[in-house]
Design a protein around this ligand. Structure first.
Ligand SMILES: Cc1ncc(COP(=O)(O)O)c(C=O)c1O
Length: 242
């Protein structure tokens, strides 16, 4: 309550557009004001697996804490959230002692004590599936999948950019592409999305940006082919009222 910020929460890969905050500049501001930097890298964090794309996360190493969700660019079933801290002492507030769980003499005798790792006492072994995936695919294997879906997003953005009846919001920072039929109003954009969903043809998201509603394609399936993208764009075009 002394009037200066204690924590800045940045995002590396927003849910709406995949945008990445300027991490080095935010880290500088935090350092200047003595604030901690937390980065929500739930979506964008796995860019680290890709040698070609990890530069987009420059500055992430200056965060005091980082969250990651490997149920997105990690291809895990939920739940797959991770919290990384730059010093394990950051987890000290989670340390609790309950005699029936981690009595001092047991801990001193070397019995494992997981109480300090989570807010929850009872938890599923979520880390296991992530460890298996990392062991099976390796960092390079995951990096190749990340490259694949981000490349698909670039391809889709290029197709939309050259499409006479569609407007592209921005070049994708990650694997999300926002677009809309050029002449439609927001109600029509929302209706196109619902129709494609109701008909079972395509599951597109929606996002507000620049005061307008956009269709959102979040590309996370590495098996998607450019032809699938063409078909999806044709469906959007075909369902837009003229
Ligand atoms: C950027 C971002 N942060 C946080 C979350 C929420 O994470 P969780 O579902 O693990 O609570 C999401 C979506 O899942 C997200 O896209």
């Amino acid at each position: 309550l002394t009037g200066h910020p204690v924590l800045v929460a940045a995002t590396a890969g927003t849910t709406d557009s995949g945008a990445i905050d300027p991490l080095p500049a935010l880290a500088d501001v935090c350092a200047a004001h003595g604030a901690d930097l937390h980065v929500d890298a739930a979506y964008g964090g796995p860019l680290l697996f890709s040698d070609r794309r990890r530069h987009a996360l420059h500055g992430l190493d200056r965060a005091h804490s980082v969250t990651l969700d490997l149920h997105k660019l990690g291809w895990q079933p939920v739940a797959a959230g991770l919290l990384a801290v730059h010093r394990t002492s950051r987890l000290d507030p989670l340390q609790h002692t309950a005699d029936y769980l981690n009595s001092h003499d047991d801990t001193e005798a070397g019995l494992p004590d997981l109480l300090g790792r989570s807010l929850r006492t009872t938890r599923r072994p979520d880390a296991f599936k992530m460890a298996v995936t990392l062991r099976a695919l390796g960092r390079d294997g995951l990096g190749a999948l990340v490259d694949q879906v981000c490349g698909l997003a670039d391809t889709l953005a290029e197709k939309i950019h050259h499409h006479p009846a569609l407007t592209l919001h921005a070049r994708p920072a990650l694997s999300t592409v926002l677009f809309r039929p050029a002449d439609a109003d927001d109600e029509q954009v929302a209706a196109v999305r619902r129709t494609l969903l109701d008909d079972g043809h395509a599951v597109l998201g929606r996002a507000h940006a620049q005061g307008r509603l956009w269709l959102k394609a979040t590309l996370l399936n590495p098996h998607t082919q450019p032809g699938d993208l063409d078909r999806m764009l044709k469906l959007v075009e075909g369902h837009t009222p003229r």
